[in-house]
Design a protein around this ligand. Structure first.
Ligand code: C2E
Ligand code: CA
Ligand code: CA
Ligand code: CA
Length: 279
């Protein structure tokens, strides 16, 4: 186990590229991140397209590194995943979402469902439903206020086992959604047998919706699939009015994206909730 060092030279070896040094340093620092309260959650609203109101939110992990400033999840989640640190971090994310939920309720704000991202490793552990139940019980948070976002590849890795885990989670009363939908390899046959509530259409399809006819038909088809299976369709990465209009015209249920709001730190998101923001 490498000792934490403020000096990158201490762990530099000649056959290691700069990238490697960076990763090793981040890995060392990440061990401390939870304990030293460097992690936080930002919240992005999901907007109901029929009412214009906030239909829920997604919690997105942020790491405020003491020397390097804000490090994006794309940079440290893969490291956390490789090292297994994602397991305690993922647990912290669920706990923090529960703390936040209680805090908003205590402030008299309307109940809002918080969606948390799961990592493949967390999902594979085996005792996920048990862990989630333990946390909900510990905080006394209603399972209806917690949503888990998972990806197709996490499920298709071992569909039978995934089906069992999803049923356990569903049985607890959680909401489940399939993230980045359309980018992975998924079987419609499995989809039908999994107790998920929503499909989140990947941002790459939304991006092309107004410029590329095939992009547009992919999005329209995913909305249809969702509705035929009695699921909600939610679009992520909505940045323009044209994209929004397309989604409204094609009967998408909810949207998330910079057009409405980027992920916000707690005080700003709380303000949106308090003013019962309506778009
Ligand atoms: P994701 O779950 O697909 O989250 C959506 C990402 O798109 C977020 O990036 C969000 O900030 C960004 N986004 C939202 N609206 C827009 C938009 O209109 N345009 C564009 N270009 N981007 C938009 P972020 O926060 O950097 O997170 C990246 C990824 O990191 C997430 O992708 C998710 O896979 C992962 N992640 C974030 N938080 C967690 C966590 O707590 N646990 C795990 N396991 N993964 C997480
Ligand atoms: Ca997500
Ligand atoms: Ca996504
Ligand atoms: Ca993603």
């Amino acid at each position: 186990q490498a000792k934490k060092s403020g000096n990158s030279c201490a762990i530099y070896t000649s056959d290691m590229g700069l990238e490697g040094v960076d990763t090793l340093e981040l890995e060392n620092d990440l061990h401390q991140a939870v304990e030293h309260h460097q992690l936080s959650l930002h919240y992005q609203p999901k907007v109901n397209l029929r009412t214009g109101q906030i239909a829920g939110c997604e919690a997105l992990l942020r790491w405020q590194h003491p020397q390097r400033g804000m490090i994006p999840p794309a940079k440290f989640i893969p490291i956390a995943e490789q090292t297994g640190l994602i397991v305690p971090i993922g647990r912290w994310v669920i706990e923090e979402a529960c703390r936040q939920s209680l805090s908003w309720l205590a402030a008299g704000l309307p109940p809002i469902r918080i969606a948390v991202n799961l990592s493949a490793r967390q999902f594979r552990l085996g005792d996920l439903a048990e862990t989630v139940k333990e946390i909900l019980d510990q905080f006394g948070v209603s399972s209806d206020l917690l949503e888990l976002e998972l990806t197709e590849s996490m499920i298709m890795d071992d569909p039978e086992r995934a089906r069992k885990t999803l049923h356990e989670l569903k049985h607890l009363g959680l909401h489940l959604s399939l993230d980045d939908f359309g980018t992975g390899y998924s079987s419609l046959n499995y989809l039908r047998r999994f107790p998920v509530d929503s499909l989140k259409i990947d941002q790459s399809f939304i991006h092309d919706v107004t410029t590329d006819p095939s992009g547009a038909s992919v999005v329209a088809s995913i909305v249809d699939i969702a509705h035929n299976l009695n699921l909600n369709a939610i679009a992520e990465g909505v940045e323009t009015r044209d994209q929004l209009e397309f989604l409204v015209a094609n009967d998408c249920d909810a949207v998330q994206g910079y057009l409405f709001s980027k992920p916000l730190p707690v005080p700003e998101f709380t303000a949106l909730l308090a003013e019962e923001k309506c778009w």
